[in-house]
Design a protein around this ligand. Sequence first.
Ligand code: NAP
Length: 302
Amino acid sequence: MSRIIGAIAGSTQLLGVMGYPIKHTLSPVMHNEAIAHLGVDYVYLPFPVAPSDLGDALRGFTALGVRGFNVTIPHKQTIVPLLNEVSAIAQAVGAVNTVWRTESGWSGTNTDVHGFLSPLVDLAENLVKDWSTVTVVVLGNGGAARAVVAGCHQLGCKSICVVGRDTQKLEIFRQSWLTGPLPIHLEIYPWETLSALLPRADLLVNTTPMGMAPNVDASPVSALNLTQLPSGAIAYDLIYTPKPTQFLKDAAQGGAIVIDGLEMLVHQGAMALEHWLGQPAPVTVMRSALQRHLKLDEKVGS
Ligand code: NAP
């Protein structure tokens, strides 16, 4: 941290992340490491912004000359109408996580879709020849599930099945995709029917917090049920602590190929940094910063 403070000068430009609460964000760790590595004159700060202060905060950012910022819970949806321009992908997802300043005001996009897709496309390069044959089963229907649905639609997956515990919320989720800029026909299923879906799940994505630290023994799917996945299935958990989760341990034991949430975190951040700086982000540096911070063994890989 002393290295970053030492690098701040009168010319230093501001980047950051706004959320509420914001104390636990990992974004400053990876972005400040990337900034130091690139030797650019920026600093990335956490901004706690209560929901009732969102408009004031945005006007304050304009007045202070903030160059760009990330947006996290609870502002990802509510900031959308306050921006001058919102990308098509952010409109489809219904949430913005990255904002930058343009001559006409604030522009926003959603880099979570890119973050979700990056490790999947890399891993699947030699495994999945044709995404149009792939059935995806998404566990959960909250904010992160929206980026997953948009990403799977971009890949051209055959069917996107979303499984949730609240059938009313599930139906609202389904309908929201019918009328958006990216019309998507989802199949929705109540949680109790998950077991019957698993033999179809070429890609199974956990977007629920089940299994996240400190509840590390929890899993959205039992080890026994995971043995029903088809051969060559990919199990993807958006959670990055612990790494791997119980869900991924059980899925790997059952023969599935597994992906954890760290790469999504790194790649959504890398794409945000590229929007702000207009140059390639040092992905390896950002990944290492997070791994060190989370005390993960870098040799374990992603
Ligand atoms: P969210 O909006 O609160 O959505 C969570 C979803 O999980 C909701 O559909 C919720 O159902 C469901 N759920 C929660 N507990 C459940 C349970 N016991 N049984 C069944 N369903 C349950 O949260 P989010 O922002 O989407 O985040 C979800 C997870 O993704 C978190 O662990 C987060 O850390 C992770 N994430 C990772 C990244 C990354 O970069 N790797 C990015 C974003 C999120 P109800 O609606 O019925 O409550």
